[in-house]
Ligand binder design. Structure first.
Ligand code: CAA
Length: 288
């Protein structure tokens, strides 16, 4: 059985590996530093343990799912075995392109190569691969927490083939995810809608319209959102939100996409939300 290679075991990558294993795929999890891959695997272990504790998974199912995930020792060897590659590394175009060049050189000709980028052009990322790969290259954008959020945004680059869209749709269905297809434009569909909402909540906070708690409660209780916008921004990561807003502002324009000053200040101060222990709210239990 050929494998799904997941590159990046962080916030998104570990969740992608988990849902692939739950769907019966053999998963290779790659990070340049083994310790980071192990940390990603540990997060999967604790997610599955929570599911067992809640009675949604048996201990045997947990063991089977975990046995499907191996840490890849080297990228080239792992890419050679891949049927599908999903990249979920840092949102840095040059780093992603360098990774895709290596993967493209090693992966079988028929392997599909997908990026979980939330903001970088799929056509530009595909350009790092050989012309014959580009038909089998697309965006496969998951939402966090990946095991919980049932959406995949499929982004077609300029050269993505219909057969690739069909194969990724089939894979997403196996994962229990619903697919939406987006053109390759800044922010794709979901972040194009979400980021102006988060930015407006930040501007409201900045001008003292209400406390962070009251702004969030307004959306939670008044709009039935699972999280308020400031808490959601903290959850996504304020650096990630700033990066996406910059991509939207530079790529489309319009004041509603402009990153609010309070967001820039928090990021400059290293307050990145849940992951750093502080953002619009405080997270005393976080381990920065
Ligand atoms: N990993 C795996 N599972 C998790 C999880 C995690 N990190 N966090 C929560 N869960 C699971 C819990 O185990 C629980 O499962 P069961 O119901 O089966 O028991 C379920 O999610 C609900 O969790 P909780 O009861 O602990 O908490 P909650 O009801 O407050 O839900 C939440 C937590 C699912 C995160 C919910 O608040 C939510 O849906 N928030 C909005 C999330 C969202 O909008 N995500 C998209 C962000 S945008 C993005 O990702 C893309 C981008 O490019 C920026």
């Amino acid at each position: 059985m050929r494998a799904v290679l997941v590159c990046g075991a962080g916030f998104m990558g570990h969740g992608i590996a988990q849902v692939m294993a739950a769907a019966g795929k053999r998963v290779l999890l790659y990070e340049p530093e083994r310790q980071r891959a192990e940390a990603g695997r540990d997060r999967i272990v604790s997610n599955l343990e929570r599911s067992v504790a809640k009675g949604r998974l048996t201990a045997a199912e947990r063991a089977t799912q975990l046995s499907r995930i191996s840490i890849a020792e080297d990228l080239v060897g792992a890419a050679r075995e891949a049927e599908v590659v999903v990249e979920a590394i840092v949102e840095d175009e040059a780093a992603k392109q360098a990774l895709f060049r290596e993967i493209d050189a090693a992966a079988p000709a028929d392997a599909i190569v997908a990026s979980n980028t939330s903001s970088i052009s799929i056509t530009r990322l595909a350009a790092a691969t050989r012309p014959e790969r580009r038909a089998r290259f697309c965006g496969m954008h998951f939402f966090s927490p990946v095991p919980v959020m049932p959406l995949v945004e499929l982004i077609r680059g300029a050269e993505t083939a219909d057969a690739t869209e069909a194969a990724v749709r089939e894979l997403a269905a196996e994962l229990g995810k619903e697919v939406i297809v987006s053109a390759d434009r800044p922010g794709f569909i979901v972040n194009r809608i979400l980021m102006p909402f988060l930015a407006e909540a930040m501007r409201a906070y900045e001008e003292g319209l209400g406390t962070a708690e009251d702004i969030d409660t307004g959306a939670r209780v008044g709009l039935n959102h699972p999280m308020g916008p400031l808490a959601l921004a903290d959850f996504i990561g304020l650096d990630v939100c700033l990066n996406i807003m910059n991509v939207l502002y530079e790529g489309i324009g319009g004041d509603h996409f402009a990153p609010p000053r309070v967001l820039e200040q928090l990021v400059s101060a290293g307050h990145l939300g849940q992951k750093s222990g502080r953002g619009f709210h405080d997270y005393p239990a976080a381990k920065p």
